[in-house]
Design a protein. Structure first.
Lengths: 206, 206
DNA sequence: ATCCCCCTACCGTCCGGTAGGTAGTTGAGA
DNA sequence: TCTCAACTACCTACCGGACGGTAGGGGGAT
């Protein structure tokens, strides 16, 4: 046996019930945050009883932690993929691609990333170590991107790259509050945001 | 009788107990948000029983609404005062002064403004009408400021003023997450912020 | 005498979490 | 091939505690 997958007893021949729980939890966390979202709500959305959740997760905090880590992972992978696809472009276009990928992860179909932002931005409680780690790794992507842009001369000389990063991520995540798909276009927004960070078009480099 | 002030029975010769409740509520809301902050906590911080809060406010929502409205009012007044003091300056310096006033209101001694941001940013529940109104009025200050800057030629021609405003306010409020008084200087941050929005120094106008 | 401010005591509801049981599925051994 | 223990996934029922909110009383100031 090559252990094809984890077998399940009840939920169909496929064992996707953990993912289903995470999906519903992400949706509810996205719109309600940590304290407004109860395990009963999540269980009801999944179609099981609250106690059954404890078969998959040891506590509410562990469930939420799983959702949040997935959310950070998703946006991280999306941005990494966008940067890989734009490997040949200049740093300014790479910045714009990364911004677009971040916005798409926030406002696309998945609820994970926005749930992650909602739960741990303006954070109330202590942040779990695993979340802190994955967030820091994601921040490093932006640090690297801005350093690259700076070396290429795409940032005005006086600006602090760290302040720039904090501004940019804050503004990007703040879009949760005002972004509506019918009123804004992610590509156009990305162009606006990138133009703010790197005003002069430095993209001659191949 | 010229009605010098509201009289109180118990809380000293001055009737400041409503303000005290609001102060403590603001402090707790700032660090815990709406759902994590309980009326018992607030009452305990004030030094009274939970039921006594209902002598001053009809419900938790009404109490929070009062805190939030004060928070928006404070930052509004602070920014208006800063703009009045910089009435003779150019639009670029006026922008920087407004940014500094906003940051000072967020991170200064009062907890009201950060409580307001915390409660109604990434908002879960419906926003009361009074809060929506005062927030819209405050947003108009920035709309006017950016329009003024645009007319003076301080904004790059392609940029959308509305996107600029959303970016700026989002980045400003996001500073709640990372600002530490010992690590950042509000004046320096304001210069960074203003330089992003209006990169070229347009301030020749008197 | 009245009013203001705060009190004690209590309400129903919901919370996260636990105890213990019951089907369906699996794989090994006779 | 049949049996059976082990395991998985889920269930009902319950726990103590915290929540927002209410009822009604007391005591000091005017």
């Amino acid at each position: 046996m090559t252990a094809p997958a984890i077998r399940t007893g009840r939920a169909g021949p496929e064992g996707g019930s953990r993912r289903l729980i995470l999906d519903m939890a992400a949706r509810l966390l996205r719109s309600g945050g940590y304290h407004q979202t109860s395990l009963r709500e999540i269980a009801e959305a999944v179609g099981i009883r609250k106690a059954s959740l404890y078969h998959h997760f040891a506590s509410k905090e562990e469930l939420v932690e799983a959702v949040v880590n997935d959310g950070v992972r998703f946006v991280d992978e999306a941005v990494a993929a966008a940067l890989a696809a734009a490997a040949q472009a200049g740093p300014r276009q790479r910045l714009e691609a990364a911004i677009a990928a971040h916005l798409a992860a926030l406002h696309g179909h998945g609820d994970y990333t926005s749930a992650a932002i909602k739960v741990f931005t303006f954070g109330s409680g202590p942040v779990p170590e695993s979340v802190r780690l994955s967030r820091r790794l994601y921040e490093d992507v932006w640090r690297g991107l801005l350093a690259e842009l700076r070396e290429a001369g795409g940032i005005a000389p006086g600006r602090s790259p760290e302040a720039l990063r904090l501004f940019l991520l804050g503004a990007l995540n703040g879009s949760i509050d005002w972004y509506r798909p019918e009123r804004f276009d992610i590509a156009a927004l990305s162009r606006e945001f990138a133009a703010l960070v790197a005003p002069n078009g430095v993209d001659a480099a191949k």
